[in-house]
Write a protein that binds this ligand. Structure first.
Ligand SMILES: *Cc1c(COP(=O)(O)O)cnc(C)c1O
Length: 407
């Protein structure tokens, strides 16, 4: 086993060696360096063909049509294009958008900007388990609601939203539905041919592809979603996103999606076993609180608070394990997580929260090492705490959460 142990896959994943190999081969003179817009020669046409193959691979992962995939620089740009693009293109029809308080900043910050531009945004409260209920969403709908934006898998808690139910509601009201699927694409089955989702954001670096490339699914059938572009220029991507296509990045994202589709079941069952092993090992410590949903979760993310222990102290004690407090972005600002606060966690619990995120290259040996090292650190820190009661931990009132499966 190699140290340090990487358990921060929700922040970013290493590039799969098969993907890196293909990416490297795109760059040089004997590769696919041509500009895919140069249709007058072989180099351009070969690059364009490779881009279209990759587009088909992304579409196949989502059961979408290749014409519904727009290349972007990542999920942040996809979210910007979806939200701003829809709100601008349809501004005569309405100005209201609904999202939730547990979204990624790449949605919430776009919403703040839209509010400054005169749009009105409703931020839904989640249940304590992180789920958004259909009742709350239905109550928030207005005659001028244009768009609902909800994430599929939450990047801090792993909570999975029930998007089928949401889609049935938005479709029946003629409202567009955008989904930030940066954490779920390539990890959970997604079938857009049988869904009411109109727009979906993807990021390659969350699914073993490179940073700096992503995609937006924008539905064409049965109706076409109208979007106003953010970037104008050479008219690439049917005018929706100008700029010379980054062929090496795009080819790599296509390959990452192909691998994810073929290996999804295998990856998922491995992760479920590793997650169970981690949870069972850590639950033994006592007074461990699960931040998330007991059944509707993706097994690659486990968010826990250890009562009586501050997250920063625990991370400082464990330099050989790469872990996160809240999300990577929130770590930089050293604030308690907005996601956990929205779920009603008190300040101590949300400041004490640690996110363990597992992925394709995580091994059972790494999980066992982590269980042992975290266990020792928690015991040490609790022993130092003047507030920590000695004796029977079960006397503490603690919600243990259930070690359960994706439901
Ligand atoms: C990582 C992430 C993003 C941002 O994606 P980038 O490709 O890094 O811009 C957006 N939403 C969620 C849920 C994420 O996990």
């Amino acid at each position: 086993m190699r140290l340090p142990v990487y358990l921060d896959y929700a922040a970013t994943t290493p590039v799969d060696p098969r993907v890196a190999d293909l990416l490297g081969r795109c760059l040089t003179q004997d590769g696919l360096f041509g500009n895919p817009s140069s249709s007058t020669h072989h180099f351009g046409r070969r690059a364009a063909e490779a881009v279209e193959t990759a587009r088909g691979q992304v579409a196949a992962l989502l059961h979408a049509d290749a014409r519904e995939i727009v290349w972007t620089s990542g999920a942040t740009e996809s979210n910007n294009l979806a939200l701003r693009g829809v709100m601008r293109a349809h501004r005569r029809r309405g100005r209201h958008l609904i999202t939730s308080k547990t979204e990624h900043k790449a949605v919430l910050d776009v919403c703040r900007g839209l509010e400054q531009d005169g749009c009105s945004v409703t931020y839904l409260d989640p249940e304590p388990d992180g789920s958004i209920t259909l009742e709350r969403l239905a109550d928030a709908l207005r005659p001028d609601t244009l768009l609902v934006s909800l994430m599929h898998v939450n990047n801090e808690t792993g909570v999975v939203q029930d998007l089928e139910a949401v889609g049935a509601l938005t479709r029946s009201r003629g409202i567009l539905l955008h989904v930030d699927a940066a954490q779920s694409a390539g990890k959970l089955p997604i079938d857009l041919s049988a869904s009411a989702i109109d727009l979906m954001s993807l990021s390659a670096h969350k699914l073993y592809g490179p940073k700096g490339v992503g995609a937006l699914f924008a539905r064409q059938r049965p109706h076409q979603v109208r979007l106003e572009p953010l970037l104008r220029g050479g008219g690439q991507e049917r005018g929706l996103r100008a700029g010379t296509l980054a062929v090496h990045q795009i080819v790599a994202m296509g390959e990452a999606c192909r691998i994810a589709r073929v290996e999804m079941d295998h990856d998922q069952s491995r992760l479920q076993a590793l997650r169970d092993r981690l949870w069972q090992g850590l639950a033994h410590l006592g007074a461990v609180i699960l931040n998330g949903h007991p059944r509707r979760y993706w097994p690659g993310i486990l968010n826990l608070s250890f009562s009586g222990v501050a997250a920063e102290a625990l991370l400082a004690d464990l330099p050989e394990i790469a872990l996160a407090t809240g999300s990577a972005c929130a770590s930089a600002s050293a604030q308690a997580s907005h996601v956990l606060r929205a779920m009603g966690c008190d300040a101590a619990r949300s400041r004490g929260a640690i996110r363990f995120s597992l992925g394709r290259f995580t091994t059972a040996a790494e999980i066992d090492y982590t269980v042992q090292a975290v266990g020792a650190a928690v015991a040490r820190l609790r022993a130092l705490s003047p507030f920590w009661p000695s004796g029977n931990l079960e006397s503490l009132s603690v919600d243990w959460g259930a070690p359960a499966r994706t439901g």
